[in-house]
Design a protein around this ligand. Structure first.
Ligand SMILES: [Zn+2]
Ligand SMILES: [Zn+2]
Length: 150
């Protein structure tokens, strides 16, 4: 990695070598480091996290969810991808955006892993910004309703 003003000194951060079946990875931190899984909130040693992509220095990052949670989610996603309904003609959230100008994405319920509908990027990320649930959308809905002048 070429040293620039943005990464100067950062490649000196401590790392250790983690061996996997096919490859050895340089992982930032120490072998004894523990992290809290974003999903199940359990604290595990770094070994319980899959390797994610490399950072700018060729050092491996770890996934933010533990192996159990990550694998569970991956299985749900794979199962869902095999059982998707045909892509619809326009965004199913009613905004009117259509392919090919707008790509439609497979929106799914994070809890059950079930496909909910085909959404344009705006509607999909928009719902995500408000927590992807009724409570979050109701909060902003109530705010707009109470504070708008018409
Ligand atoms: Zn977990
Ligand atoms: Zn839309």
């Amino acid at each position: 990695m070429r040293e620039t003003i943005h990464n100067r000194g950062k490649q000196d951060r401590p790392y250790f070598i983690r061996k996997s079946k096919n490859e050895d990875f340089e992982v930032l931190g120490k072998e004894t480091d523990k992290y809290k899984c974003k999903e199940c909130k359990t604290v595990y040693n770094q070994k319980e996290y899959h390797i994610a992509q490399n950072d700018n220095f060729g050092r491996a990052r770890l996934k933010t969810t533990c192996k159990t949670c990550y694998n569970h989610d991956r299985n749900i996603r794979r199962h869902m991808e095999k059982n998707l309904p045909p892509i619809s003609l326009e965004c199913e959230a009613g905004c009117g955006r259509k392919p090919p100008k707008h790509t439609l994405y497979n929106d799914h319920c994070k809890k059950t892993g079930k496909h909910r509908g085909w959404l344009c990027q705006n509607c999909n990320t928009g719902a995500g910004h408000f927590g992807d649930n009724i409570e979050g959308i109701t909060r902003i809905y109530n705010y707009l309703k109470e504070r708008s002048f018409i």
